[in-house]
Design a protein around this ligand. Structure first.
Ligand SMILES: Cc1ncc(COP(=O)(O)O)c(C=O)c1O
Length: 400
């Protein structure tokens, strides 16, 4: 594994993070983190766990009360036919859930069809398990959904699984119920597994319904469903995720990976998770409403200040603006180099203090786009828009 890891790339987000540290008073629209804090129910439960000296080793797959609550949530909210809480496993965030799932399922050389663009750890985790990520484009003209025939055409005798992520990072695209049904049917016909990354299941706007593929008839048996508390409960730094799978052989393997990488997930954080699920869910809908308002504020601002240089339709889910860069745009020195999206990113960070991520960092199909996170507070979003206004209004007309 040692040398092999040299071939597994880091995400460009690391480069961006380093660039942002050199900027004074930056607008941090680069990171996928919310400006909200974890609800009081989480904080009180964690304080209680500390006071009760819950600082010892725990059951590997999670404390029983948390597993019970998660099983109930997956049954009632996601419609997944969980038989027993032992079918659920708690992980150190959603990223760890994906790592565990890839390690447990994939054989060297197995292909996994992933979206292009995609959240970079998706390809990284497939590679880290000696798998081969096979990108399949999401299309802006389809509101960042698949062309389903194109998706089917990516299947080869080596394909082991399809990874889907809806709502989607970085585009905010949401698969329609009929897309999920068609992908599920494809998986069933071709004997494939599905990784269903539902990290943004609660960040979905405009009545778009979230469908968990494992809720469809016969699909729980071939789906590994992946979740996180990070986005729903603003717990990004606390690192709490979970997964569910029906297959007991796979679960035994996943339990081994979990044990050898974490022994158990941090005790106090697991009690925080219990607080989140037992307490009021009002913060979840309040955050969603606020995120919808921020999305609208940001897109209205972009339309006004970016003079057509940056454009696109507001997303139906997640909290990212994945916007098209006018292909004619050039930075003031006229040199856009090999990548338009990196040129725009460097320009916005160095000249405007505006954090963002180049679309190409999410896959070749993301070139020509740039991602902003609009989950930052309204002041930060407005500050970034003001800065953008100053930048773009000072450009010569042909460069806008
Ligand atoms: C698509 C997707 N899946 C999973 C995650 C996992 O988040 P975490 O590891 O914070 O739980 C993220 C985080 O940004 C994400 O964007």
């Amino acid at each position: 594994m040692g040398h092999y890891l040299d071939s597994v790339p880091f995400s460009g987000i690391i480069r961006i993070r380093d660039m942002m540290y050199s900027v004074k008073d930056p607008f941090r629209l680069d990171q996928g983190d919310v400006s909200f804090d974890a609800p009081d129910t989480v904080k009180a439960a964690m304080r209680g766990a500390i006071d009760d000296n819950r600082s010892h080793y725990l059951q590997t797959t999670g404390v029983p009360r948390l597993l019970e609550l998660l099983a109930e949530k997956l049954r009632t909210r996601n419609g997944i036919p969980i038989g027993d809480p032992s079918e659920v496993m708690v992980t150190t965030g959603g990223i760890h859930a994906l790592f565990i799932a890839c390690q447990a399922l994939l054989e060297p050389g197995d292909e996994v069809i992933i979206p292009d663009p995609t959240w970079p750890p998706c390809a990284g985790n497939v590679r880290a398990a000696y798998g081969v990520p096979v990108p399949c484009p999401l299309h802006e003209r389809l509101a960042w959904r698949y062309d389903l025939e194109e998706l089917a055409s990516k299947i080869t005798p080596k394909t082991r699984a399809i990874y889907i992520n809806s709502p989607h990072n970085p585009t905010g695209g949401v698969l329609r119920p009929e897309d999920v049904a068609a992908i599920a049917a494809l998986a069933e016909q071709r004997g494939l597994w599905l990784f269903s990354d539902e990290a943004y299941e609660d960040v979905i706007f405009d009545e778009a319904a979230h469908v968990s593929p494992a809720s469809l008839a016969g699909m729980y048996e071939r789906t590994i469903s992946l979740y996180t508390f990070s986005k729903t409960y603003a717990m990004t730094g606390l690192r709490l995720g979970y997964l569910a799978a029906a297959d007991s052989t796979l679960r035994e393997r996943m339990k081994k990976v979990l044990f050898y990488t974490a022994s158990n997930v941090t005790s106090v954080v697991q009690f925080g998770g219990i607080g989140a699920l037992e307490g009021s869910q009002a913060s979840v809908s309040a955050c969603r409403d606020e995120l919808r308002a921020r999305r609208d504020l940001f897109y209205a601002g972009l339309r006004e200040v970016a003079f057509g240089t940056l454009g696109g339709e507001p997303p139906r889910g997640a909290f990212y603006a994945f916007v098209r860069i006018d292909p004619e745009w050039r930075p003031p020195n006229g040199d856009r180099g090999a990548s338009l999206s990196w040129a725009m990113t460097e320009y916005l960070i160095s000249q405007g203090r505006i954090g963002c991520v180049p679309g190409v960092d999410f896959g070749a199909n993301g070139e020509g786009y740039i991602r902003f996170c609009f989950a930052r507070d309204r002041r930060e979003l407005s500050g970034a828009l003001d800065s953008m206004r100053a930048l773009f209004s000072s450009l010569p007309a042909r460069s806008r």
